[in-house]
Ligand binder design. Sequence first.
Ligand SMILES: [Zn+2]
Length: 415
Amino acid sequence: MEIVALGVLFAVPPLIVIFVLILRHGRGNLRNDLASEAVDRGYLHQQDRRRKPSTQSHHYSEYFYHSHQRGCHILSLTPRRKNADRQLIKLYPDDLPILVHPVQEKPMLGKIDTHHHIVPPAYAAWLEQRGITAGGLAIPKWSVEGALDVMAAEDTATGIFSVSTPGVHLGDDVEAREKAREVNEFTADVVAKHPGRFGFFATLTLPDVDGAIAEAKYAFDALKADGVVLISSVRGTYLGDESWAPLFEELDRRHAVVFIHPGDLPCAPVPGIPPYAADFLLDTTRAAINIAKAGWLERFSNVKFILSHAGGFIPYAAQRIAHVVAADNTNEAGIARLRRFYFDTALSSSPFALPALLAFADPSHITFGSDWPYANKDRSVDFTKLLESYPLTETQRHAIYRGNAEKLFPRLAAA
Ligand SMILES: [Zn+2]
């Protein structure tokens, strides 16, 4: 009997030690999984995997990693209770929002696409009846399912809808007002039916200024629009024209985001060269110069102007354009003015375009754009892949994918 008791006495402590070691090993593996996940996602460099002192609560254990190179902290949460989510939380040293990702799913916080079109079927039929094309291309087919499909392919959380060129004013103010109301109500309805997935820029009626002001008020107040879309020029009149200033007084009062989209130039296209290929970029560039030269960026300083397609030629040609838009004719003042614009990456994320955009634009003024469905899914995804494979810092990437848009549209900011 005594021999059995002695045997138990000597055998139990080593067994307890072995049991504890197995438990610790298991937790260590879990920590390694989280760290590997952080490395895979590019949050953490392999060499930064050193674990810092952790804290514990009865809900979870926290493990800190610090990435010196990337200037960010990774906080991993390991659940201590069943059914708790394992999470990686990325903490930025600046004022950017905190990202929270469940470990075993795709990141929930995808891109915000500020150049994402809607083509209400009745609007498409109306244009087709008149033989109107989209910059030389057929009016594309649109559906909510198609939108969600391309968003899944591009890891886009939210698309901000806009109606593309030519908009709704084809020469008749009354008809334009009816069409604007129709497309805005259709779009607001799609947005309301898919909470969080969409927003929209309201369509207005320029050159009918009174109609545009009335529709802007209705769109913001009744339809909860996120901003307005304006075409760079309408029959030869460009944004920046003093006759349109009353609309911008209203938009300034509302701190509106104005998405500027190009259309055909007010002259015949070159035979065989579709307007979207190059004319569109000049249309945007002309509008940007006209707005800047008119002093609207300071006069309507509450308005945030987003230029399509990386601003046409603005970043690439800023140095030669600058003195034209400067009040004092100097390059410095002109560059400072032009840098007040925001720029989207739609069809402009090639390794040829991005260097100019990144060198010129205020880093907090670049947003992601897909230009779907005018750029079909394959073309849009190809450009998005170019952006995703371009060497950006994590801070730049987050800002372009969604951080900058969150500041423009606070309702979309991470909770
Ligand atoms: Zn577009």
